[in-house]
Design a protein around this ligand. Structure first.
Ligand code: PXG
Length: 296
């Protein structure tokens, strides 16, 4: 496997990050998770734009232009000859002194991995998944803007641990006001009374690339769509519920905290959006150039 590391492609054994890297020492950095479907890097530009927005907010100057990072991402996929893959693009504050002061880090570390990620089994899409509500609350915008896709995932990890301990794959995270923000690595939607609803970003949600694609698909199919404020009451009484994310795509939810959602099966609106998403994922994005004989 070839890794793009600080400007060049190197074998994975040689792709090493210093123990003095502030990404490791303090979680000082940002990342993106991007999927490749049949040679199509899904919404590559949107992911790279979000990376640059995160960088701007944390005062991290990426030592390459947006176009160069995009080209490096494509180069990494092509060098690994992978038609279906998961890309992890990470930019850290770089190597510095001990102590949190980022001014001791002259050069950010940038690496791009093109590999695979553990996905939900196909049956989750046919039968739907159960959720619980985590007691861990989403970090509020007043403290750390959740729109930054940073290397600080402990808050989400704690909620994920709660989910796994409860025997479910995901957990709803509430904001400090007790309203629904999102899940640990997915955005959340409900369908009720002819309207598709999802929490506003300011409720404490990451601006998911899949969330945005889903909102666009819903608009195109003439659904009424609202970014709004949701409580658990709205979730429990929804006709349908689903999660969106790079890993999950669109996954139906059939119970929340032991309450059955709708008739307990993935609903027609969810399944229609999922089918539309599965068409979009191979067409909307950047087509990489793969040697057909070598591609896997
Ligand atoms: N909320 C949070 C907190 C996330 O981390 C999403 C929503 C969905 O956003 P996208 O842009 O993916 O639609 C995420 C995404 C991983 C991994 O490696 C994490 C995400 C996506 C892919 C992989 O754990 N988080």
């Amino acid at each position: 496997m070839l890794i793009y590391m600080d400007g060049k492609l190197v074998p994975d054994e040689e792709a090493k990050v210093s123990v003095f890297d502030h990404g490791l020492l303090y979680g000082d950095g940002i990342f993106e998770g991007i999927r490749v479907y049949e040679g199509n890097v899904f919404r590559l530009r949107a992911h790279i734009e979000r990376l640059y927005e995160s960088a701007k907010t944390i005062g991290l100057e990426i030592p390459m232009s947006l176009e160069e990072v995009e080209a490096a991402t494509v180069e990494t996929v092509e060098a690994n000859g992978m038609a279906n893959a998961y890309i992890r693009l990470v930019v850290t504050r770089g190597r510095g002194d001990l102590g949190i002061d980022p001014t001791s880090c002259p050069t950010p570390t940038l690496f791009i991995i093109c590999s695979t990620i553990q996905l939900y089994p196909e049956e989750f899409y046919e039968t739907g998944i159960p959720l619980i509500t985590a007691s861990t609350r989403r970090i509020p915008m007043e403290c750390l803007d959740p729109r930054i896709k940073s290397l600080n995932y402990l808050n989400n990890i704690l909620a994920k641990i709660e989910a796994k301990k409860a025997g479910v794959p995901e957990a709803v995270m509430l904001n400090l006001s007790g309203r629904v923000a999102e899940c640990t690595a997915d955005n959340i939607f409900i369908w009720r009374n002819g309207k598709l609803k999802t929490p506003r970003l300011t409720e404490g949600a990451l601006p998911g690339v899949t969330r945005w694609a889903t909102l666009e698909l819903a608009h195109e199919s003439g659904l009424r769509v609202k970014e709004t404020v949701l409580g658990l009451h709205d979730l429990y009484n929804a006709e349908e519920c689903f999660l969106t994310g790079t890993g999950a795509e669109i996954v139906p939810v059939v119970t929340i905290d032991g309450r059955q959602i709708g008739d307990g099966k993935p609903g027609p609106t969810t399944l229609d959006l999922l089918a539309r998403f599965r068409k979009l994922r191979v067409s909307d994005g950047y087509k990489v150039n793969l040697d057909p004989a070598a591609a896997r």
